[in-house]
Design a protein around this ligand. Sequence first.
Ligand SMILES: [Zn+2]
Length: 200
Amino acid sequence: MQPTRSFPSRRGILRGAAALTAVPYALLPDAQAAAGPQAVDYPGAAWHPASRANYTPSNRPRAHPLHYVVIHVAQTTYSGTLSVFRNRRTKVSAHYVVRSSDGKVAQCVRESDIAWHAGNWDYNTRSIGIEHEGWVDRPRYFTDAMYERSARLTAAICARYDIPRNRAHIIGHHEVPGSDHTDPGRHWDWKRYLRLVNSY
Ligand SMILES: [Zn+2]
């Protein structure tokens, strides 16, 4: 992902979140997406819904079988990424965002829906997208906690949809045909990541 605008301050985001809790749940635009007995697909993920304007509702895997997990680096912070996905003008989203400091996982789009992350409609329809807080040229953001919790998430996705745990199916954004993005970049340790994914 490459954000194209500046974002509200952390303070502004928190104020916005506090205001939201005062609104009756059923009146929220994303209430339908958030409703139901299971708001997240991955236990332990925090639900931070993307704007309804930033993804395509679907009923995967019935409508489209899932073949790929696409790994991204966000080129911004965790909260900045959530803010980009919440903004209906950005036209971008991913299913999950992983925080650098502790590997905390946010879910922004249901796995049954098609997130707009790969820059390729065919790959969007057949993949789950995972964003990671950080920048491709700042490897210090790629912490042990982030690798481990992201790999655990990818392992769960592969198990759920029978996706082989190899580099042909767990791919970088730069490997999506037609992509002009470089993420996750040369500092992303694929050997380590795949070893972790296969250990869970
Ligand atoms: Zn990307």
